[in-house]
Ligand binder design. Structure first.
Ligand SMILES: Cc1cc2nc3c(=O)[nH]c(=O)nc-3n(C[C@H](O)[C@H](O)[C@H](O)COP(=O)(O)OP(=O)(O)OC[C@H]3O[C@@H](n4cnc5c(N)ncnc54)[C@H](O)[C@@H]3O)c2cc1C
Length: 320
């Protein structure tokens, strides 16, 4: 198997997205050389992030048709980068777009694919451990052909700088996107919810979570205020989104976002296994709940037994 790992990286406000930096960190021990294809424009800030991650080559597809996202078109760009790099593994963070583009590539080239990989347990033969059912189940998989295609489970590793910076040699190229690649293409992007709730939950360093204990759609003002005060994002349980109290993009868990903040403050959330699947990678969990025996309270690093509508105002006052 070639010792090059090709990583599809995604942008976030002009930098390499945290999830993609995690994928680059994940790739390093597997690779003699890490190369990257940027899903978007490459500028100096992106190259700096890639250098820090030890990336040797940064491919950039410059076709005008790629300005607006189309999974099949990006799969064509990735296919060209795969041919140029001769990679033995193609990897991406398990975002919606990362997963979609890699699935197109695997189907088109008839390549073996494993999604939601937590670790590579052997490179020859290629064997991985991956999570399914929102983290409740782990599977060992063997991929018997090269190149193989992998998406990484969110926050399976923490992004860290390489011991030595990479050259991050910038290689623009034309992918040659066809009309067939553009049959399904994004025409308009509209953020829903607005305000701070659109903050990137999966990359937030602080998340203030709230569940059914908030009581109603009007019960989130202190949650929003605390998230804003701490420079964090709001995350909610499925009970809350099912009741229509908050939008789905704020949901944490098996069928929502997987988060790994430094601090997760979970207010009025029972801590069902499906919620825990999305928040268990948080470094410190503080639970606020009227029920001391709620699973979130017994699993938390710090537990405050009390009414969130009394505890949060007191906390906000103490923070000033
Ligand atoms: C296939 C499947 C997928 C799912 N995916 C997800 C998912 O992605 N994310 C998710 O969250 N759930 C998910 N669920 C739902 C999950 O099983 C739980 O039903 C849900 O997480 C419960 O939400 P909750 O903790 O807000 O509500 P509850 O379980 O009702 O808990 C409310 C908590 O608030 C406490 N409380 C009440 N009043 C107050 C107060 N004033 N102050 C403080 N505490 C208070 C209560 O003691 C209780 O612990 C999924 C379920 C299934 C079957």
């Amino acid at each position: 198997m070639s010792n090059v790992v090709l990583v599809l990286i995604e942008p976030d406000e002009g930098r390499v997205h945290l999830v993609s930096r995690e994928a680059l960190t994940f790739a390093r021990p597997l690779a003699g050389q890490v190369q990257a294809l940027m899903l978007g424009r490459v500028d100096e800030a992106v190259l700096a992030d890639c250098r820090e991650q030890g990336v040797a080559v940064v491919h950039e597809a410059t076709d005008a048709e790629l300005e607006s996202y189309a999974a099949a078109a990006w799969a064509t760009a990735l296919e060209r980068s795969l041919e140029a790099s001769g990679a033995g593994i193609v990897l991406a963070g398990g975002t919606e777009r990362g997963t979609e583009v890699l699935a197109h590539l695997a189907a088109r080239r008839d390549l073996p694919m494993a999604a939601n990989v937590l670790s590579v347990t052997s490179t020859d033969p290629l064997e991985v451990e991956r999570q399914v059912a929102g983290g409740a189940v782990r599977e060992q998989m063997r991929l018997d052909a090269s190149p193989a295609v992998l998406t990484m489970a969110g926050h399976a590793v923490e992004a860290s700088a390489a011991a030595a910076p990479g050259a991050a040699e910038h290689r623009p190229f034309t992918a040659g996107v066809s009309a067939a690649d553009l049959r399904a293409q994004v025409k308009q992007v509209q953020a829903r919810g607005g305000g701070d709730s659109s903050a990137d939950l999966s990359a937030a360093r602080v998340v203030v979570g709230a569940g059914r204990g908030a009581g109603s759609a009007d019960g989130f003002s202190d949650v929003d205020a605390l998230a804003q005060r701490l420079g964090g994002a709001v995350g909610v349980s499925r009970a809350v989104t099912s009741l229509g109290w908050r939008p789905h993009h704020e949901q944490v868990g098996q069928t929502g976002s997987r988060i790994a903040p430094d601090v997760y403050i979970a207010c009025g959330i029972s801590g069902a296994i499906q919620h825990w699947a999305g928040c268990s990678s948080s470094k410190t969990i503080i639970a606020i709940n009227t029920d001391a025996e709620a699973p979130m309270m017994t699993k938390a690093d710090y537990a405050v037994v009390g009414d969130m509508h009394e505890v949060l105002p007191a906390l906000l006052e103490a923070l000033g």
